[in-house]
Design a binder for this molecule. Structure first.
Ligand code: SAM
Length: 376
């Protein structure tokens, strides 16, 4: 395997040279440096003792956690033998002279490289990790249950899903099969996909008498990412079930309606999905605070993104101004202008990170159409 060196955050990483990233024998996607930057910030705030990068590929994620955050012990695992060799090389490159054993490095930090099926490893390490990171190809669902057993009862989870086509309804059957949920197509598909993913975690976690709090859930660059803080107790699991529900969407008018219910009350429901919070204000402020002080790979983008998330109204779903303008024969107007006008009329309103043309508000569709009409 021909290798080249890249720098990301504080890490030096050997990655395979290949014309296209999916052809490489070991996977490295530079676009995901943003995802890893946010994750580094999350670990700086969470301060886990033991963390697992369950699907590690080159090791870049776990190595960055070890170099850039207070974590004491990081496990880096991949089922692929080539990846395992590269993980060890990359650990050697970044922690020169400190390697105690072949797969294990002791010093102020401990790094453990393993070459196992992630589910097997997570079941061996029952309730061992403070933080478990699932960053797979496509859906995290094959690994979710074991991750929920491997993380401590008051630990944290980071979950990536890159199967946006599935969660957004381009492959309906795959969504029914993998997430046991009916996906929604159209302008709300990304938010509903993100909420379906969290809703699936709700339905998996409850049997362990556990709950969680969403620290941050976002969509970007064709992937979803969720950080959850686990909460111990059957009551916490019950509280989550209360926040499950459905969305009804009229493609003709753009009207949406949410229903908090375990079962849908009528036909045409999309879900089940999570209707609860998508962020924790204190966590976002702490991420921003760390981001200001940190050397990140994409610092400016990270700061802009976190500021936007911080200001976003945390209500389910939004109005897509371009789609609404088209439906009602009106000219679209800038999102900022619509937000300002809605606020002027006494409504809560904000932009959303999910779409540049989306508006989150407590106003109804007719109010949004009125505002748009008044701006013609
Ligand atoms: N987390 C990495 C990063 O940030 O660069 C990227 C991981 S890549 C998307 C997914 C990795 O999961 C691949 O390297 C693949 O070999 C590994 N993988 C797939 N199935 C696995 C399994 N059952 N157990 C462990 N690793 C697995």
């Amino acid at each position: 395997m021909e290798l080249g060196e890249v720098r990301e955050g504080k890490a030096r990483i050997l990655v395979p040279k290949a014309a296209r990233i999916y052809d490489a024998p070991v996977f490295y996607n530079p676009v995901m440096a943003f995802n890893r930057d946010i994750s580094v910030l999350a670990l700086k705030v969470i301060k886990p003792e033991e963390a697992l990068d369950a699907l590690s590929a080159t090791g870049v994620r776990g190595i960055r956690y070890a170099l850039e955050t207070p974590v004491r012990e990081v496990w880096l695992n991949d089922i692929n033998g080539e990846a395992f060799k590269l993980i060890k090389k990359n650990i050697g490159l970044n922690f020169k002279g400190k390697i105690a054993g072949e797969d294990k490095m002791m010093g102020e930090k401990t790094l453990v490289a393993t070459n196992k099926d992630a589910n097997l490893l997570m079941d061996e390490k029952f309730r061992y990790f403070d933080f478990v990171d699932l960053d797979p190809f496509g859906s995290p669902m094959p690994f979710l249950d074991a991750a929920l057993r491997s993380v401590k009862r008051k630990g944290f989870l980071g979950i990536t899903a890159t199967d946006t086509g599935v969660l957004c309804g381009a492959y309906k059957n795959a969504c029914l099969r993998k997430y046991n949920a009916m996906p929604l197509r159209g302008e709300l598909c990304h938010e509903s996909g993100l909420r379906i993913l969290i809703g699936a975690v709700v339905r998996y976690i409850g049997k362990y008498d556990l709950g969680f709090k969403v620290l941050l859930a976002y969509y970007r660059d064709h992937y979803f990412r969720v950080f959850l803080k686990m909460e111990d107790g059957a009551r916490k699991g019950d509280e989550l079930v209360e926040k499950l529900g459905y969305v009804y969407f009229d493609h003709k008018t753009g009207k949406f309606e949410v229903e908090h219910s375990f079962l849908p009350s009528r036909k045409g429901a999309y879900g089940p999905l999570w209707l609860g919070e998508m962020k924790d204000g204190t966590f976002i402020r702490a991420l921003l605070n760390e981001a200001e002080k940190s050397e990140l790979s994409k610092k400016k983008k990270v700061l802009n993104f976190l500021n936007m998330i911080g200001e976003e109204l945390d209500v389910p779903f939004f109005y897509d101004i371009h789609r609404i303008a088209k439906r009602y024969g009106l000219e679209a107007r800038k999102s900022e202008k619509i937000v300002e006008s809605l606020r002027g009329r006494g409504f809560l309103a904000s932009r959303t990170h999910i779409s540049p043309t989306g508006i989150k508000t407590n106003a109804g569709l007719s109010d949004v159409v009125d505002v748009l009409r008044s701006l013609q």
